[in-house]
Write a protein that binds this ligand. Structure first.
Ligand code: PLP
Length: 415
């Protein structure tokens, strides 16, 4: 066997060098070095992204798509350049398949609103999984209410893995839309989205993937997955807030009407009627978050410099290390043990409220999320209303995971 084919994860990149790229990781909280284990909520930003956004405002700021002067055409090129980077990052066929939105929530609302106008009829079925974020539940409830469509939910097992046979059984001739998370933000489950998409496609369903937790942890190729739409948020991908993207296959976009009206999304406007621009402009009414889009392009360049495959290998080893240590904490119950896991671990400690655990960790400079994680149904599936959720990224270290475990040991000892 070629020894170099599978080098130890620690040799993939120098995590200490990487950490120096993230200025916020140098700060202290309560006199302790910050340990950021909340990247599933939002990821920290490398200097390259911060600098790119600053440079945009210092030298390039202009509105786009409407000016002919030098700054307008420059801003246009920067914005469209970011679109091309997102397209390449997702393996899309062309930049025109990428619609910029504010984030995953807005992207899913866009699709649910448009499908509510065009695709869904009374009795049609929208299939979700039990592990969805509220952003991939509530917009579909709006669409169902408006159209008379029905929501079906595919269950997970006690490990948090999708029950594929149940999922397949729920698919049928009435399934019009399947909308599923790539990686659960509560359990960390990496869903078998290729297989799930292929099964849905046998029934002609339109497949949407919520990639909010997917893109930061796995290399994505939308054409290999075979999905119709893939949605993500920039801020979880080391980019600024206020920007996200919806990939859609061009033949799908071409069939869809706009969802918001205004400038930029039109061809000809008359008081009697209006014709609309081609995608993606048709879906981008008004002035977009240009600087944030440019920052997203810089984040993608930064990630490509490290490599998503290296990131996945490094994080898999780090999360396995953390899981092993957490297992030794008295009274700690891990929620779900999926076969394939992204950057997230959820747990509760018997006898200590989750918020108390989180504030005791915060006192040591360790930031984790405690609460419902905007995904109440999946917590309820495990008999819970909330959990504690450390989430990892490639800038975290085994020493940080060790500090988490050590602090939890001392919190557990107070029970
Ligand atoms: N979907 C998943 C799986 C998420 O984890 C999140 C955010 O936590 C969202 C959707 C919503 O993302 P945003 O708040 O960036 O729109």
């Amino acid at each position: 066997m070629n020894q170099n084919a599978n080098p130890p994860a620690a040799s993939l990149f120098n995590v200490e060098t990487i950490r120096r790229d993230f200025p916020i990781l140098q700060r202290e909280v309560h006199g302790k070095p910050l340990i950021w284990l909340d990247s599933a909520a939002t990821a920290q930003k490398p200097q390259a992204v911060i600098d790119r956004v600053a440079r945009y405002y210092e030298h390039e700021n202009s509105n786009i798509h409407r000016g002919t002067h030098t700054l307008a055409t420059g801003a246009d090129a920067a914005y469209e350049g970011a679109r091309a980077k997102v397209a390449a990052f997702l393996g899309a066929a062309s930049p025109q398949e990428i619609v910029f939105v504010r984030g995953t929530t807005e992207g899913l609302n866009l699709l649910a609103a448009i499908f509510g106008e065009t695709l869904l009829r009374p009795g049609d079925e929208i299939l979700l999984t039990e592990a969805e974020h509220h952003a991939n539940i509530v917009p579909w409830q709006f669409a169902a209410k408006k159209t008379g469509a029905v929501i079906r939910v595919a269950p997970v097992d006690d490990n948090g893995d999708i029950l594929l046979e149940e999922y397949a059984r729920l698919l049928g001739p009435r399934t019009r839309v399947v909308s599923i998370t790539h990686i659960s933000n509560v359990l960390g489950t990496v869903m078998p989205i290729r297989e799930m998409t292929a099964l849905a496609k046998r029934h002609g369903a339109t497949v949407v993937i919520d990639g909010a937790q997917g893109v930061p942890h796995r290399r994505v190729n939308v054409r290999e997955i075979g999905c119709d739409f893939y949605v993500f948020s920039g801020h979880k991908l080391f980019a600024p807030t206020g920007i996200g993207a919806v990939y859609g296959r061009m033949e799908k976009w071409e069939q869809l009407p706009p969802w918001q009206g205004g400038g930029n999304m039109v061809d000809k406007v008359m008081f009697e009627n209006t014709s609309f621009a081609q995608p993606p402009k048709r879906f981008e009414a008004g002035t977009p978050a240009v600087a944030s889009a440019v920052g997203l392009g810089a984040a993608i360049d930064y990630l490509n410099g490290i490599g998503l495959d290296a990131i996945e290998r490094y994080e898999t080893e780090l999360v396995a290390y953390a899981l092993e240590g957490l297992g030794s904490v008295g009274g700690l119950r891990l929620i779900g043990m999926p076969k394939d896991r992204g950057g997230v671990i959820s747990f509760v400690i018997e006898g200590i409220p989750d918020l108390e655990v989180a504030s005791a960790l915060d006192a040591e400079g360790i930031a984790v999320r405690a609460g419902t994680h905007c995904a109440q149904p999946i917590l309820r599936r495990f008999g819970l209303e909330s959990s504690v959720r450390p989430s990892f990224a490639f800038y975290n270290t085994k020493a940080e995971a060790g500090a988490l475990i050590e602090t939890l040991h001392s919190i557990g000892a107070r029970r």
